[in-house]
Design a protein around this ligand. Sequence first.
Ligand SMILES: [Zn+2]
Length: 276
Amino acid sequence: VTRANEKVCFIGGAAHSGSTLLGLMLGAHPKVFYAGEAGKSRHLNNEKKPLRKRTCKVCGAECPVWGHLERMPGEDLYEALSRRTGRPIVADSTKSIGWLEEQITALGKTSAEPYFLFLGRDGRAVVASSARKYPETSIREHAEAWASQIAATEALAGKFPGPVARVRYEELATEPEKTVASITALLGIDLAPEMLAPWGTEQHPLGGNAGTQSLLRGAQTRVGGTLEISGEKRGYYEGHPRSVVLDLRWRRELSEQAIAEFDEVAGAVNRGYAWE
Ligand SMILES: [Zn+2]
């Protein structure tokens, strides 16, 4: 039996680094299915988890891809997704090192080629974004979490069994065409114009940033979808154009004190990631 899935493109790094945007751009290519955080597929049939954590963010439970996704005995998730979507490349933005190691091992027994995109972003922007979502956690703890995820991802990238490419969120946002072109060249596919404006394309991601996903045309009004966003976040994304915009909110959100705390814990790691 010929394998339908030819390549798996992992998007690793820390949360809040723009992986939803990069994933939607990749998934806009007719040969690529963007699975979102495919690791959440472990919860597909777990009714104890909230719906938004275990179904397609756009469609909800009645998703043509994830709904009743059957896997043949011994079949990996990526093969099941490629068979169902007809797309030979699957992108997965799960950040968990445990999940990534499991998938890399499983794929090693198949003919699929693994690729790793290490998505980096200024740690101060990541911490400001995490603090917006989890304000009860201290800046110090957010900074420690970022630095340790970066270290763990570096270690994984060092032993990854396929091509590894570094992608900067800030470059993706300011020079999207050049950045996406370097990724499509790596994957051996053409740059499709819709990758630079993925908002009108069909997408079925698990997990990820609901704000970015809310820019998908019609996404918020889909019956059964779980893309409700509220409060300040809603205000930000309602005023957001359907284009790629560099998010530098951290510069006004982090106080001098917060930046000093960040530097103490993660300043050294951030030397390779700071965007000035
Ligand atoms: Zn869906």
